[in-house]
Design a protein around this ligand. Structure first.
Ligand SMILES: O=P(O)(O)OC[C@H](O)CO
Length: 411
């Protein structure tokens, strides 16, 4: 059989579900054999992929997260568009088969699909049902409601809230949930040249509020690593946790209390707020420089993983949203959301009414911009810097990174 390799960043319960997909594909035919290789976090996998590409040792397929997508799409000659891979192999492809939020996130400016959507998520609010009952409160829809209930959760013995990743949830998705511009040039989609970050009062006010909650014991901040802030929720210390819909499966396997989920809160005071969130998670990119037989196997694998049955199982195992309309319909028909209504929150949030600024963002070197944010947000939390100075530093360093990226892609 023709052998292909797949570098991914799915650890723990997600890793097991990933290996199951690869095994399922290998068992479904005898022309191709795929080998999944776990390369660490999203950041580590991307770094390993870039280094391998430079050394001419790239895998056939690499999983790249939302934050790294622009860098990979903009790196000349590094990837072959998923749409070309599929069409060259004679696989039927219709972008309309993919759910609306997923369709264009990994596409180029002409609407061609470059990355194959795989694990699509969005940040949602998980809550410990026992904790909320003990405090006699409901999960908040808005941050104004959170301010009302948080002291009661604290009194009941819990840290009311934690979140998984400040750049992802309180920056990127803060922007989409409030339909606020995140970058010039149409959030970066109109080209790297001249793209600059846009921050305004609402996000600064939000960070001022969050720091106040932290100081009052109403918010927990346990670090910048992807899992750092989930552990205290899983352990029952934190009552509510903002995290990936793709964490659903892992939470289900781990926690000993009943849990549920609802939408990411927004500030009612911000005009036009309550819009849908960005698609998160990652896509699969087919790396260039591979023989046709291998590219055809990559196409077969993409076709396999997008099939309704495989998507539905993956959605059930993990909590990542179904990427095709057919898979979503299959989950509905099967009665899955009657059995587990919280499992539908992610996809429902993605399909909430949108606005000018809810499509996504496209910024090169954005992984490094997240590092700057994490550093500065950490300093806000520890009291080392003010909200105003932190955002000034993020704008200054972030915009320099964007300018550098624009130079690398200019002809
Ligand atoms: O944890 P995931 O896979 O849902 O990804 C979250 C973010 O979108 C990654 O940047």
């Amino acid at each position: 059989a023709t052998e292909i390799s797949w570098w991914h960043a799915m650890g723990g319960a997600l890793g097991e579900a990933t290996v199951e997909i690869a095994n399922g594909f290998n068992a479904s035919q005898d022309v191709c054999q795929i080998t999944p290789v776990y390369k660490g976090t999203y950041e580590e996998t991307l770094t390993a992929g870039i280094a391998a590409f430079r050394a001419g040792e790239q895998p056939n397929i690499i999983q790249v997260f939302d934050a790294g997508a622009a860098t990979v799409i903009g790196a000349k000659g590094a990837v072959v568009p998923a749409q070309d891979i599929l069409e060259n192999a004679g696989v039927d492809f219709n972008i309309e088969d993919y759910v609306a939020g997923v369709r264009y996130f990994y596409a180029d400016s002409d609407g061609k699909m470059i990355g194959m959507p795989f694990n699509s998520s969005t940040p949602i609010l998980y809550y410990n049902v026992d904790a909320l009952e003990k405090a006699g409160v409901d999960a908040p829809k808005t941050w104004e409601e959170f301010i009302e209930i948080a002291p009661k959760l604290k009194e009941a013995g819990y840290v009311p809230l934690a979140q998984s990743h400040l750049p992802w949830i309180f920056t990127e998705n803060f922007k989409s949930r409030h339909n606020l511009q995140f970058a010039t040039n149409n959030n970066g989609y109109d080209g790297a040249e001249g793209t600059q970050l846009v921050f305004g009062e609402p996000i600064k006010n939000h960070f001022t509020a969050v720091k106040g909650w932290l100081d009052d014991g109403l918010f927990g901040y346990y670090g910048t690593g992807w899992g750092d802030n989930q552990t205290p929720f899983n352990e029952g210390k934190v009552a509510m946790w903002l995290g990936s819909s793709g964490s659903f499966g892992g939470i289900q396997k781990t926690v000993e209390f009943p849990f549920s989920a609802t939408y990411l809160p927004y500030w009612d005071a911000v005009e036009g707020a309550g819009t849908g969130t960005f698609i998160g998670g990652a896509a699969l990119f087919s790396m260039s420089g591979k023989p046709e037989a291998e590219n055809n196997c990559t196409a077969s694998f993409f076709e396999y993983l997008a099939s309704p049955e495989v998507q539905y199982k993956w959605h059930k195992d993990t909590g990542y949203v179904p990427i095709t309309n057919a898979a979503y319909e299959l989950a509905e028909k099967d009665g899955y959301y009657k059995e587990a209504p919280a499992a539908e929150i992610g996809i429902k949030q993605l399909t909430l009414p949108g606005g000018d600024w809810t499509k996504g963002y496209r910024m090169g070197f954005y992984v490094q911009i997240r590092d700057v944010m994490n550093r500065e947000y950490g300093k806000i939390m520890s009291g080392e810097t003010s909200v105003e100075d932190a955002f000034a530093a993020i704008e200054d360093e972030g915009n320099k990174l964007l300018e550098r990226f624009a130079k690398t892609t200019a002809n």
